[in-house]
Write a protein that binds this ligand. Structure first.
Ligand SMILES: Nc1ncnc2c1ncn2[C@@H]1O[C@H](COP(=O)(O)OS(=O)(=O)O)[C@@H](OP(=O)(O)O)[C@H]1O
Ligand SMILES: Nc1ncnc2c1ncn2[C@@H]1O[C@H](COP(=O)(O)OP(=O)(O)O)[C@@H](O)[C@H]1O
Length: 207
C-alpha cells in the first residue's frame, strides 16, 4: 500500500504477462526516442520519417507529437512554464507506458526545459531513453515559419514564444544531436536512418 501525490491507499497490481513477454511476441524492445528542439526545427517531420522507416523494418512504433496531443490529452494546457512542465510530465508518463507495451515510442515536443526532459528520462532505465536534439539555428526555424507563428511572435501577437521571448535549454548529454552540415539541413530520411541504426546497434530492434 502506498500514498502517491494526492492518491492514498493505492496498490500496484502485477500481471503475469509483462514487458518481456510482449517484447518476445513482437521481436523488439520498448524504448522512448525523445525529439526536442525549437518550433520549425523539423521534429514532426523526423518523427514521421522515423516511424515510416521502422514500419518498413517491421517494427511497431507510435508517435506522441506535442501539437497533436494538445488537441486532446493536453488541451487544458497553455504555454506558461507550469503548463509546459505538466505537458512534458504527462507525455513522459504516456511514453513510459508505450515503452512498457514494447513499442518504440517517438515523442516530438519542444520540451524546452532540461529538468522536465531529465524527469522523463528518469522514468525509464537510462539506456531506454534516447534524446535527439534538433539543433537547428533560430534563423533557420524562423525562416521556415510554416505556421506563421514566429511572425506573430515578433509582432507581439503571441507572447512567450520559445526562442523569441521564452527560453529553450539545449540538452547537455543527448544521445543524438542533429545539426546542419555545411549550412545545409540533412534530409529527413538521413536523420531517420541515423536513429534507426542507433536503435539497431543498441539492440532495440530485436527481443
Ligand atoms: N508560445 C508558444 N511557444 C512555442 N510553441 C507554441 C506556442 N504557442 C503555440 N505553439 C505551437 O505549439 C507547438 C508546441 O507544443 P509542445 O507541446 O511541443 O510545446 S512544449 O513542449 O510544451 O513547449 C508548436 O509546434 P511545433 O512547431 O511543432 O513545435 C507551435 O505550433
Ligand atoms: N530535414 C529537413 N530539410 C528541409 N526542410 C525540412 C526538414 N525537416 C522539416 N522541414 C520543413 O521545416 C518545416 C518545419 O518542420 P516540422 O517538422 O513541422 O518542425 P517542428 O515539428 O519542429 O515544428 C516544415 O515546413 C518542413 O517541411
Amino acid at each position: 500500500m502506498s500514498a502517491l501525490g494526492n492518491s492514498t491507499n493505492i496498490f500496484w497490481h502485477e500481471c503475469p504477462v509483462g514487458q518481456v513477454e510482449r517484447q518476445k511476441l513482437i521481436n523488439q524492445k520498448g524504448c522512448v526516442v525523445w525529439i526536442t528542439g525549437l518550433s520549425g526545427s523539423g521534429k514532426s517531420t523526423l518523427a514521421c520519417t522515423l516511424g515510416r522507416e521502422l514500419h518498413y523494418r517491421g517494427k511497431l512504433s507510435y508517435i506522441l507529437d506535442g501539437d497533436n496531443l494538445r488537441h486532446g490529452l493536453n488541451k487544458n494546457l497553455g504555454f506558461s512554464a507550469e503548463d509546459r512542465t505538466e505537458n512534458i510530465r504527462r507525455v513522459g508518463e504516456v511514453a513510459k507506458l508505450f515503452a512498457d507495451a514494447g513499442l518504440i515510442c517517438i515523442a516530438s515536443l519542444i520540451s524546452p526545459y532540461r529538468k522536465d526532459r531529465d524527469a522523463c528520462r528518469a522514468l525509464l532505465p537510462d539506456a531506454n531513453f534516447i534524446e535527439v536534439f534538433m539543433n537547428m539555428p533560430l534563423e533557420l526555424c524562423e525562416g521556415r515559419d510554416p505556421k506563421g507563428l514566429y511572425k506573430l511572435a515578433r509582432s507581439g501577437m503571441i507572447k512567450g514564444f520559445t526562442g523569441i521571448d521564452d527560453p529553450y535549454e539545449a540538452p547537455l548529454n543527448c544521445e543524438i544531436e542533429i545539426q546542419q552540415k555545411n549550412g545545409v539541413c540533412p534530409p529527413p530520411n538521413e536523420m531517420a536512418g541515423e536513429i534507426a541504426s542507433f536503435l539497431e546497434k543498441r539492440g532495440f530492434l530485436q527481443a
